[in-house]
Write a protein that binds this ligand. Sequence first.
Ligand SMILES: [Zn+2]
Length: 278
Amino acid sequence: MSTPSKPIVWGTPSTWMPLVTDWLRPRLTDAAVHRLRGEDTSGLYADDPEWMEMLESEIRTDIFDVEEPFADELERMVVRCFHGCRTEDAGHYLIHGIRAHRRDELEARLRAMIAEDERLRWMAPTLSERMAEFPSATDEHRSYVVLDDRFMLEHAAHYLIYGSEWIAAVLGRSWRHPLLERGVPTMIEVDLPLSWVTLGMRKALSRLLLSEWTRQTVDKPAHVYQRSFTFILDRDLPPEIVAGHYHPETMKDPWDGRAVYRSPRTVCEHCGNNDGRG
Ligand SMILES: [Zn+2]
């Protein structure tokens, strides 16, 4: 299998179904696809473990002889991921990349915001105590990107609506509304080399692609299902892997009963000045 020049895009099966088919072909029993398509799959969930069991029954060797080697194969590939944020200028990410969580930088940003905003200034004397209530040690120097932007817009869009989760938490429910007046909800697109993630994450992705390959092959659903899947990296993500960005018009606010949030703007300084995506 040659290294593809284009990234694997989970929501676009044409970017990965042929890769999986090529990989599986010498490992499947004769007429496997024909038999799989004859299975009764009514009642199976999209993420049902049964899909993997069906595939396993048609593999010439143990399924673990497929999952792990395919995870190794993925190491040479690139996957499209997404980072949700709220920014005035997505061009900043194209120049600087995505910085890992740094508590000191977030504290400085929050202090500056409180100093500038007279509605929040009352918080300044007790800010250190408020911040101490929200330790973020496990996030320190970590970057998070997700496999499925659709899932993020449905279930985790607070990153786009409020920006930093930690800043919004410190401000609290009653005082986070000023965050809605800054920046534009933005999805940064990242083409992540899978050699940068742990073997455990590659194995999880391997299982996911093999399982969904089976469902796509047998049931031919109209869409790949929306999937919660996060890559955690102990590093900054450099600008070379930032592929672009877009501004969704609507998303659901998980902090407001998943009410539909309509973005006030869908153009940032970068795309407003560059006449399109980038
Ligand atoms: Zn933009």
